[in-house]
Each structure stands twice: as C-alpha cells, then as structure tokens.
Design a protein around this ligand. Structure first.
Ligand SMILES: [Ca+2]
Length: 192
C-alpha cells in the first residue's frame, strides 16, 4: 500500500518535472523575468538621458542667449572671427562695430579655443590678436595684463616694422607682423 502510494507520487512528480509543457512554462516565466528586469533597467537609463537632454537644451539656450549668433562663448567672454582677411586697422574697426576688441589671450586653454575657431574657418589665414608693441613693450588692446605669450620659434622678430601679432592657423603660435598684412580678425568681448 505504502509502496503504491510512493509510486503514485513519483509518477506525478515525474509528470510535473518532465512534462515538456511544464519545462516550457518554466522557461517562459524565466524569460518573462529577464525581459521585465531589462525593461526596468532600460527605463531607468532612458529617464536619466531624457533629464540630460533637457539639461543640454537649457545649456544651449544659455549659450545662445549669452553670446550673439556667430559668436562663441569661452568662460566669461564671447569670440568671433570674420570671414575676410583684412589689414590690422580694418580688423580693429571690424571688432569695434560689435563693441568688441581684437582678442587678448591669457592662457593655453583660451589659445587652443581660438585656434579651433580659426581652423573652423577652413582657410590657411591666421588671425589678428590684440597684442601690439607699444614703447618696446607688448601690450593687449583691451588693456588686460600681458601674462601669457605663445610666440612661434624665432618670433617676435623684425621689431622695427612688425608691431602687431597674428595667431597662426596651423599651430596657434603667434607671429608679429606688419599692419598691412591681411588675415582674419579675432574679436572678443565680455558676456553681457
Ligand atoms: Ca614676425
């Protein structure tokens, strides 16, 4: 009697665990759990990237509102480079039209930023910066301190005639030039 009962239990056990339908059910449940966890994870990251997207939009609006169109922000300043190549006095006048001055540069990061802007023009032309020789001293047009230089090797040279400085488009180093030399104008002004 006891043996018969055990055999019956064993049969049912075998039926439950060896029945192909039951095995598939278990597999489906496992798959369901994996998909569910996957969706939760996906939603979590999606929500984060949506938040990021909104933040970026706000940043762009901030960016756009703080510098005019065609000007680019770096730190607390807006920068712009014209399309034409002009002699020095015309470059000064060009920046003046926008209440800006030929750019002063105060460190390697700012220099690199301007080199990138210059390269985006897609020309070989350098750009006038606001560095000029005044009574044997190199000073900035915007009257900020002369606390950084990035002269190309051998520059500044020909100090009798080359009293103004350009940033070279190929490597961002500076070269003093005569004012009649035509290059872009690199303008800078504080963020409003
Ligand atoms: Ca030179």
């Amino acid at each position: 009697m006891m043996n018969e009962f055990s055999t019956e239990i064993q049969k049912r056990f075998d039926f439950v665990y060896n029945d192909p339908e039951q095995i598939w059910k278990k597999r489906l449940i496992a798959l369901g759990i994996i998909v569910f966890v996957g969706i939760i994870l996906y939603k979590t990251f999606q929500t984060e990237s949506e938040v990021e997207a909104v933040a970026n939009k706000v940043d762009r609006r901030e960016f756009a509102s703080s510098c005019e169109q065609t000007w680019r922000r770096f730190g607390e300043y807006c920068y712009h480079i014209n399309n034409a190549w002009t002699r020095y006095d015309r470059a000064v006048a060009y920046c003046d039209k926008f209440d800006s001055e030929l750019a002063s540069i105060h460190g390697p990061d700012e220099n690199q930023f301007l080199l990138e802007l210059l390269r985006r023009k897609g020309t070989d032309g350098g750009g006038w910066i606001g560095f000029k020789l005044n009574e044997s001293k190199w000073i900035w047009a915007d009257k900020t301190p002369s606390d950084y230089t990035n002269w190309h090797k051998g520059e500044p040279n020909l100090l009798d005639t080359e009293h103004w400085a350009e940033m070279r488009a190929n490597d961002g180093t500076w070269n003093n030039k005569a004012d009649t030399y035509p290059v872009h104008a690199i303008c800078k002004k504080p963020v409003d």
